[in-house]
Design a protein around this ligand. Structure first.
Ligand SMILES: [Zn+2]
Length: 54
C-alpha cells in the first residue's frame, strides 16, 4: 500500500469509519497531530508504540 499523502510505501494502514488509508510514519504523525482526539488513534498508538516525545 502506498502512502495517501506521498509516494512512499505506507508503514501503517488505518481504518477510520470504514475508510482504509495507508500512510507513512511521517504523515501518520502529522495526521495524528490533527486528529489526536480520535479514539482509534489512541488504540493505534498503543499498538505501534510510537515515540511522541517532541
Ligand atoms: Zn507520506
Amino acid at each position: 500500500m502506498q502512502c495517501h499523502y506521498c509516494d512512499r510505501d505506507a508503514d501503517i494502514a488505518v481504518d477510520s469509519d470504514g475508510i482504509k488509508v495507508g500512510v507513512c510514519k511521517t504523515h501518520f504523525r502529522e495526521q495524528m497531530a490533527e486528529l489526536e482526539d480520535a479514539d482509534w488513534l489512541d488504540d493505534l498508538e498503543d499498538e505501534l508504540d510510537i515515540d511522541r516525545r517532541e
